[in-house]
Design a binder for this molecule. Sequence first.
Ligand code: KIV
Length: 271
Amino acid sequence: MKKILTTKKIRKNKVHRGFRPLQMLTCYDYQNACMLDNTELDLILVGDSLGNVILGYDTTVEVSIEEMTVFASAVKRGAKNTFVVGDLPFGTYSTLETALKNSIHLFQKSKVEALKLEGAHPYQLEIIQRLTQTGIPIMGHIGLTPQSVHQLGGYYVHGKKSKTAEALKKQAHALEEAGCFAIVLECVEANLSEEITKDLSIPTIGIGSGTTTDGQVLVLNDLLHLGPLAPPSFCKPITNLYQIKKNYIDQYLSEQKSLSSSLNEAEVTLH
Ligand code: KIV
Protein backbone atom coordinates (compact mmCIF):
# COMPACT_ATOMS: atom_id res chain seq x y z
CA MET A 1 0.00 0.00 0.00
CA LYS A 2 1.13 3.55 -0.75
CA LYS A 3 2.77 5.32 2.21
CA ILE A 4 1.49 8.83 2.87
CA LEU A 5 4.11 11.59 2.74
CA THR A 6 4.84 13.76 5.76
CA THR A 7 5.75 17.45 5.87
CA LYS A 8 9.15 16.35 7.20
CA LYS A 9 9.78 14.33 4.03
CA ILE A 10 8.29 16.95 1.70
CA ARG A 11 10.52 19.68 3.18
CA LYS A 12 13.63 17.72 2.17
CA ASN A 13 12.41 17.02 -1.37
CA LYS A 14 14.82 19.23 -3.32
CA VAL A 15 15.76 18.12 -6.82
CA HIS A 16 19.30 19.49 -6.39
CA ARG A 17 19.68 17.14 -3.42
CA GLY A 18 18.91 14.17 -5.67
CA PHE A 19 15.17 13.77 -5.03
CA ARG A 20 12.74 13.20 -7.90
CA PRO A 21 10.25 16.04 -8.52
CA LEU A 22 7.06 15.98 -6.45
CA GLN A 23 3.89 15.29 -8.43
CA MET A 24 0.71 17.06 -7.38
CA LEU A 25 -2.73 17.22 -8.99
CA THR A 26 -5.93 18.90 -7.93
CA CYS A 27 -8.98 16.84 -7.03
CA TYR A 28 -12.42 17.85 -5.79
CA ASP A 29 -14.49 14.69 -5.29
CA TYR A 30 -14.54 11.30 -3.59
CA GLN A 31 -14.40 9.00 -6.63
CA ASN A 32 -11.48 10.74 -8.33
CA ALA A 33 -9.74 10.88 -4.95
CA CYS A 34 -10.10 7.06 -4.64
CA MET A 35 -8.60 6.71 -8.13
CA LEU A 36 -5.68 9.07 -7.43
CA ASP A 37 -5.07 7.34 -4.09
CA ASN A 38 -4.46 4.17 -6.10
CA THR A 39 -1.68 5.83 -8.11
CA GLU A 40 1.84 6.92 -7.19
CA LEU A 41 0.74 10.59 -6.98
CA ASP A 42 2.56 12.36 -4.11
CA LEU A 43 0.16 15.19 -3.27
CA ILE A 44 -3.44 16.18 -3.90
CA LEU A 45 -4.57 19.79 -3.83
CA VAL A 46 -8.21 20.59 -3.19
CA GLY A 47 -7.70 23.91 -4.91
CA ASP A 48 -10.12 26.80 -4.90
CA SER A 49 -9.95 26.30 -8.68
CA LEU A 50 -12.99 24.16 -7.84
CA GLY A 51 -14.85 27.47 -8.06
CA ASN A 52 -14.07 27.61 -11.78
CA VAL A 53 -14.08 23.98 -12.86
CA ILE A 54 -16.71 22.46 -10.56
CA LEU A 55 -19.02 25.30 -9.57
CA GLY A 56 -18.81 27.39 -12.76
CA TYR A 57 -17.93 30.63 -10.98
CA ASP A 58 -16.12 33.36 -12.93
CA THR A 59 -13.22 33.52 -10.45
CA THR A 60 -12.02 31.76 -7.32
CA VAL A 61 -13.03 34.85 -5.32
CA GLU A 62 -16.55 33.41 -4.97
CA VAL A 63 -15.55 30.19 -3.17
CA SER A 64 -16.64 30.00 0.49
CA ILE A 65 -15.16 28.16 3.46
CA GLU A 66 -18.29 25.97 3.65
CA GLU A 67 -17.88 24.86 0.03
CA MET A 68 -14.17 24.19 0.52
CA THR A 69 -14.90 22.15 3.64
CA VAL A 70 -17.43 19.96 1.79
CA PHE A 71 -15.08 19.25 -1.15
CA ALA A 72 -11.92 18.80 0.93
CA SER A 73 -13.73 16.37 3.26
CA ALA A 74 -14.97 14.31 0.29
CA VAL A 75 -11.46 14.15 -1.19
CA LYS A 76 -9.85 13.15 2.09
CA ARG A 77 -12.44 10.36 2.57
CA GLY A 78 -11.25 8.91 -0.76
CA ALA A 79 -7.54 9.69 -0.50
CA LYS A 80 -6.60 8.09 2.81
CA ASN A 81 -3.02 7.34 1.73
CA THR A 82 -2.18 10.55 -0.10
CA PHE A 83 -1.06 13.85 1.42
CA VAL A 84 -3.96 16.26 0.80
CA VAL A 85 -3.67 20.06 0.87
CA GLY A 86 -6.81 22.22 1.15
CA ASP A 87 -6.98 25.79 -0.12
CA LEU A 88 -8.04 28.61 2.17
CA PRO A 89 -10.62 30.56 0.13
CA PHE A 90 -10.57 34.30 -0.54
CA GLY A 91 -11.36 36.45 2.50
CA THR A 92 -11.01 33.62 4.99
CA TYR A 93 -7.56 34.76 6.18
CA SER A 94 -7.77 38.53 5.95
CA THR A 95 -7.08 38.95 9.69
CA LEU A 96 -5.26 36.79 12.19
CA GLU A 97 -8.50 36.07 14.00
CA THR A 98 -10.46 34.99 10.88
CA ALA A 99 -7.48 33.00 9.62
CA LEU A 100 -7.26 31.02 12.86
CA LYS A 101 -11.01 30.41 13.00
CA ASN A 102 -11.37 29.34 9.35
CA SER A 103 -8.15 27.32 9.19
CA ILE A 104 -8.95 25.36 12.33
CA HIS A 105 -12.48 24.72 11.00
CA LEU A 106 -11.29 23.49 7.57
CA PHE A 107 -8.36 21.50 8.96
CA GLN A 108 -10.39 19.79 11.68
CA LYS A 109 -13.53 19.04 9.64
CA SER A 110 -11.86 17.91 6.41
CA LYS A 111 -8.93 16.07 8.01
CA VAL A 112 -6.57 17.21 5.24
CA GLU A 113 -2.86 17.16 6.05
CA ALA A 114 -2.13 20.85 5.27
CA LEU A 115 -3.60 24.12 4.05
CA LYS A 116 -2.45 26.54 1.34
CA LEU A 117 -2.85 30.30 1.21
CA GLU A 118 -1.96 32.91 -1.38
CA GLY A 119 0.43 35.83 -0.88
CA ALA A 120 3.33 36.93 1.29
CA HIS A 121 2.39 40.32 2.70
CA PRO A 122 3.75 40.95 6.22
CA TYR A 123 0.33 40.31 7.78
CA GLN A 124 0.10 36.99 5.92
CA LEU A 125 3.56 35.99 7.14
CA GLU A 126 2.37 36.56 10.70
CA ILE A 127 -0.68 34.39 9.98
CA ILE A 128 1.51 31.62 8.52
CA GLN A 129 3.75 31.72 11.59
CA ARG A 130 0.77 31.47 13.90
CA LEU A 131 -0.92 28.68 11.94
CA THR A 132 2.22 26.56 11.81
CA GLN A 133 2.74 27.15 15.55
CA THR A 134 -0.86 25.98 16.04
CA GLY A 135 0.03 22.73 14.24
CA ILE A 136 -1.38 23.43 10.78
CA PRO A 137 1.24 22.94 8.05
CA ILE A 138 1.07 25.70 5.45
CA MET A 139 1.96 25.65 1.76
CA GLY A 140 2.68 29.11 0.34
CA HIS A 141 1.61 30.39 -3.09
CA ILE A 142 3.16 33.34 -4.96
CA GLY A 143 3.41 34.67 -8.51
CA LEU A 144 -0.01 34.63 -10.08
CA THR A 145 -2.38 34.50 -7.14
CA PRO A 146 -5.85 34.08 -8.67
CA GLN A 147 -7.69 35.31 -5.56
CA SER A 148 -6.16 38.75 -6.30
CA VAL A 149 -7.08 38.71 -9.99
CA HIS A 150 -9.03 41.98 -9.74
CA GLN A 151 -6.15 43.66 -7.93
CA LEU A 152 -3.56 42.23 -10.36
CA GLY A 153 -5.65 43.14 -13.39
CA GLY A 154 -5.64 39.72 -15.07
CA TYR A 155 -3.79 36.42 -15.48
CA TYR A 156 -0.19 36.81 -16.71
CA VAL A 157 3.40 35.68 -16.13
CA HIS A 158 5.05 37.27 -13.08
CA GLY A 159 8.68 38.28 -12.50
CA LYS A 160 9.64 39.31 -16.02
CA LYS A 161 10.92 42.70 -14.86
CA SER A 162 13.83 42.96 -12.42
CA LYS A 163 11.79 44.87 -9.82
CA THR A 164 9.02 42.25 -9.65
CA ALA A 165 11.61 39.45 -9.83
CA GLU A 166 13.39 40.86 -6.76
CA ALA A 167 10.07 41.19 -4.94
CA LEU A 168 9.18 37.55 -5.70
CA LYS A 169 12.57 36.32 -4.46
CA LYS A 170 12.07 38.23 -1.19
CA GLN A 171 8.55 36.81 -0.84
CA ALA A 172 9.78 33.24 -1.37
CA HIS A 173 12.44 33.63 1.34
CA ALA A 174 9.97 35.28 3.70
CA LEU A 175 7.51 32.39 3.26
CA GLU A 176 10.24 29.87 4.04
CA GLU A 177 11.20 31.84 7.15
CA ALA A 178 7.56 32.11 8.23
CA GLY A 179 7.39 28.31 8.31
CA CYS A 180 5.91 27.13 4.99
CA PHE A 181 6.89 23.53 4.15
CA ALA A 182 6.63 24.13 0.37
CA ILE A 183 5.71 26.96 -2.00
CA VAL A 184 3.61 27.00 -5.17
CA LEU A 185 5.07 29.22 -7.89
CA GLU A 186 2.24 29.99 -10.30
CA CYS A 187 3.09 31.58 -13.67
CA VAL A 188 6.51 32.75 -12.48
CA GLU A 189 9.04 33.44 -15.25
CA ALA A 190 10.97 30.19 -15.81
CA ASN A 191 14.54 31.43 -15.11
CA LEU A 192 13.39 33.23 -11.99
CA SER A 193 11.54 30.16 -10.76
CA GLU A 194 14.75 28.12 -11.28
CA GLU A 195 16.69 30.71 -9.27
CA ILE A 196 14.15 30.71 -6.42
CA THR A 197 14.15 26.90 -6.45
CA LYS A 198 17.95 26.78 -6.06
CA ASP A 199 17.92 29.44 -3.31
CA LEU A 200 15.29 27.89 -1.05
CA SER A 201 15.75 24.92 1.23
CA ILE A 202 12.05 23.98 0.98
CA PRO A 203 10.59 22.63 -2.29
CA THR A 204 8.96 24.79 -4.93
CA ILE A 205 5.99 23.38 -6.81
CA GLY A 206 5.47 25.03 -10.18
CA ILE A 207 2.48 25.58 -12.42
CA GLY A 208 3.16 27.42 -15.66
CA SER A 209 6.61 28.29 -14.23
CA GLY A 210 8.97 26.16 -16.32
CA THR A 211 10.29 22.68 -15.66
CA THR A 212 13.01 23.20 -13.09
CA THR A 213 10.99 23.45 -9.89
CA ASP A 214 11.05 20.71 -7.21
CA GLY A 215 7.58 19.61 -8.21
CA GLN A 216 4.71 20.34 -10.56
CA VAL A 217 1.01 20.85 -9.90
CA LEU A 218 -1.76 20.78 -12.48
CA VAL A 219 -5.53 21.02 -12.39
CA LEU A 220 -6.81 17.46 -12.98
CA ASN A 221 -9.69 18.76 -15.07
CA ASP A 222 -7.21 20.52 -17.39
CA LEU A 223 -4.91 17.51 -17.66
CA LEU A 224 -7.83 15.26 -18.64
CA HIS A 225 -9.60 18.02 -20.64
CA LEU A 226 -12.80 17.50 -18.70
CA GLY A 227 -14.34 20.87 -19.50
CA PRO A 228 -15.85 22.34 -22.66
CA LEU A 229 -13.03 24.88 -23.10
CA ALA A 230 -9.35 24.30 -23.92
CA PRO A 231 -7.10 24.26 -20.82
CA PRO A 232 -4.55 27.08 -20.24
CA SER A 233 -1.58 27.03 -22.65
CA PHE A 234 0.90 25.67 -20.05
CA CYS A 235 -1.16 22.48 -19.59
CA LYS A 236 -0.96 19.92 -22.41
CA PRO A 237 -3.95 17.63 -21.87
CA ILE A 238 -3.23 13.88 -22.08
CA THR A 239 -6.70 13.10 -23.44
CA ASN A 240 -10.03 14.79 -24.15
CA LEU A 241 -12.45 13.25 -21.68
CA TYR A 242 -15.04 15.94 -22.41
CA GLN A 243 -15.34 14.69 -26.00
CA ILE A 244 -15.04 11.01 -25.07
CA LYS A 245 -17.80 11.28 -22.46
CA LYS A 246 -19.98 13.29 -24.83
CA ASN A 247 -19.56 10.66 -27.56
CA TYR A 248 -20.66 7.91 -25.16
CA ILE A 249 -23.71 9.90 -24.05
CA ASP A 250 -24.67 10.72 -27.67
CA GLN A 251 -24.35 7.04 -28.54
CA TYR A 252 -26.41 5.99 -25.50
CA LEU A 253 -29.16 8.50 -26.32
CA SER A 254 -29.45 7.44 -29.94
CA GLU A 255 -29.51 3.73 -28.94
CA GLN A 256 -32.28 4.45 -26.41
CA LYS A 257 -34.22 6.37 -29.07
CA SER A 258 -34.03 3.56 -31.62
CA LEU A 259 -34.93 1.02 -28.90
CA SER A 260 -38.06 2.96 -27.88
CA SER A 261 -39.13 3.55 -31.51
CA SER A 262 -38.78 -0.20 -32.30
CA LEU A 263 -40.84 -0.95 -29.12
CA ASN A 264 -43.52 1.50 -30.29
CA GLU A 265 -43.60 -0.21 -33.69
CA ALA A 266 -44.05 -3.60 -32.01
CA GLU A 267 -46.97 -2.16 -29.95
CA VAL A 268 -48.68 -0.85 -33.10
CA THR A 269 -48.33 -4.27 -34.79
CA LEU A 270 -49.92 -5.99 -31.75
CA HIS A 271 -53.02 -3.75 -31.84
O1 KIV B 1 -6.61 26.30 -6.84
C1 KIV B 1 -5.72 25.70 -7.47
O2 KIV B 1 -5.97 24.75 -8.22
C2 KIV B 1 -4.36 26.16 -7.30
C3 KIV B 1 -3.33 25.63 -8.23
C4 KIV B 1 -3.50 26.24 -9.56
C5 KIV B 1 -1.97 25.78 -7.70
O3 KIV B 1 -4.09 26.95 -6.45
